[in-house]
Design a protein around this ligand. Structure first.
Ligand SMILES: CC(C)(COP(=O)(O)OP(=O)(O)OC[C@H]1O[C@@H](n2cnc3c(N)ncnc32)[C@H](O)[C@@H]1OP(=O)(O)O)[C@@H](O)C(=O)NCCC(=O)NCCS
Length: 195
């Protein structure tokens, strides 16, 4: 049976893996591999008030297995959520990582992922074995429902310019490119939909 529900602490392991899968840039920025990266995300998922936290996450559950995740946040709250993630994840940070973060600090500080009047889709990720079955689209519908319920008239997201699959999905759902920004070797596209 397929259900969409709020995430629970016991989803932490799979939810963190899916979140990290959708954030290649985070692994590159912090120089975390596919073991350490999800561990950091899982730590933050289990703490409150970060962009990765369980309270901001919904999951698609298929027969007890987490098949996909969606995290969302008010655009106006995003900077605070990012800052708290950095503070709460600090014990993970090594000198080498700090050096890389410092190298990209200018771009990081300039980056504006979302505007205050937008409901922001922080992460969308579907387990590879469940893709192409409409799960991503259902989670996007949920994001828009949450946006409306919270009084927003716009949903936004950022996507790696090279992520053609995700960009095609967002285009089909009515998201329109607004701007681009660079971080490390990535170009990100900011897309917005009026609800
Ligand atoms: C991008 C992503 C979330 C899409 O999730 P998904 O569950 O595969 O999305 P959907 O199934 O709704 O749509 C994907 C495709 O399947 C098609 N589809 C949807 N339901 C379908 C169904 N029942 N039968 C056949 N095809 C279907 C869609 O039309 C879409 O087609 P397209 O690729 O030709 O545009 C997923 O690929 C993913 O997690 N990627 C890795 C992480 C990532 O990149 N996240 C986005 C970061 S911004």
């Amino acid at each position: 049976m397929e259900t969409i529900r709020k995430s629970l602490p016991q989803d932490a392991n799979k939810a963190a893996k899916l979140m990290f899968d959708a954030m290649d840039w985070l692994g590159d920025l912090l120089q975390l591999n596919k073991v350490k990266g999800p561990q950091l995300v899982q730590t933050l998922y289990l703490k409150s008030n970060t962009r990765f936290s369980s309270e901001h996450t919904h999951v698609v559950d298929i027969d007890g297995e987490v098949a996909g995740i969606l995290t969302t946040a008010a655009g106006s709250k995003l900077d605070g959520l990012n800052l708290r993630a950095a503070v709460k994840g600090f014990s993970f940070i090594t000198g080498k990582m700090l050096k890389n973060v410092a190298k990209h600090a200018g771009s990081l500080l300039k980056t504006k992922e979302a505007l205050d009047d937008e409901y922001y889709i922080t992460t969308l990720s579907v387990d590879s074995k469940f893709r192409g079955k409409g799960i991503g689209s259902k989670l996007m519908d949920l994001a828009e429902k949450l946006a409306r319920e919270n009084g927003y008239r716009k949903c936004s997201l950022t996507v790696d310019a090279n992520n053609e699959k995700a960009r095609r999905l967002y285009n089909q759902l009515g998201y329109v490119e607004q701007s681009q920004f660079k971080l490390m070797h990535y170009t990100f596209v900011r897309m917005v939909k009026s609800l």
